[in-house]
Write a protein that binds this ligand. Structure first.
Ligand code: SF4
Length: 209
């Protein structure tokens, strides 16, 4: 993925926001590159008109993402101007979380992928692997984060996080995990019945009266 072979903080941040609610294929084929062409830097985005930003986001949905992205770029641009430097993203997770539209997951992804910090990422694929490794059916977020922090490879966090995503996408898949070729099988407690973990949340169907 282009956002994994770059050191550009803004490119990585943009990809994380786009990928929050959208499939990789859609982001890659239709939105990521045109958006970067129109707004090539954090400053260009921060200085842009919101309507122009929304126009480039058209069809991607969840427009709050675009509004927050624009707001954050504007804030960072102003901060950069006050300090006489080009706008940049903070590397600290607590600082990242304070910015509009950046939650715990995105903050960790930016810290891990843009700053190569020794922190874990947390997304659906990673959650599934952690649940299966530890036979967890309905873990809390806190439990998962604790396990993820224990498990992350502190020396090679970037490779570790990328590997977890790749294993989740290609080996430890939701319906038919390939445990026989999985590099984690020797430590996986759930490999005998992996699809039991995690338990799927039942969709609550409202009853109309
Ligand atoms: S051994 Fe199987 S269940 Fe465990 S992490 Fe690997 S693919 Fe998933």
């Amino acid at each position: 993925m282009p956002w994994r072979t770059t050191n550009e903080l803004y490119h990585i941040y943009l990809s994380e926001v786009m990928l929050q609610q959208t499939q990789v294929k859609t982001v890659l084929e239709r939105y990521y590159f045109p958006f970067l062409k129109k707004f090539p830097t954090l400053k260009a985005l921060g200085d842009a008109n919101l309507d122009d930003v929304l126009k480039m986001w058209e069809g991607l949905g969840y427009y709050t993402r675009a509004k927050n992205l624009h707001k954050t770029a504007g804030l960072l641009t102003k901060q950069g101007q006050a300090r006489g430097i080009a706008p940049t993203l903070p590397s600290n997770i607590d600082e990242l979380i304070k910015l509009p539209g950046i939650g715990k997951n995105t903050a960790h992804a930016v810290a891990a992928f843009a700053y190569k910090k020794p922190v874990p990422i947390m997304e659906a694929n990673v959650k599934r692997i952690l649940c299966r490794l530890h036979t967890l059916k309905t873990p809390t977020d806190k439990e998962l984060w604790n396990i993820a922090y224990d498990f992350v490879d502190k020396k090679n966090p970037f490779d570790y996080n990328q590997a977890m995503m790749d294993i989740g996408a290609t080996v430890c898949t939701p319906k038919s995990p390939s445990c026989e070729v999985c590099p984690l099988s020797n430590i996986c407690q759930g490999k005998d019945e992996p699809t039991l973990y995690p338990t799927k949340k039942k969709r609550l169907v409202p009853i109309r009266e």
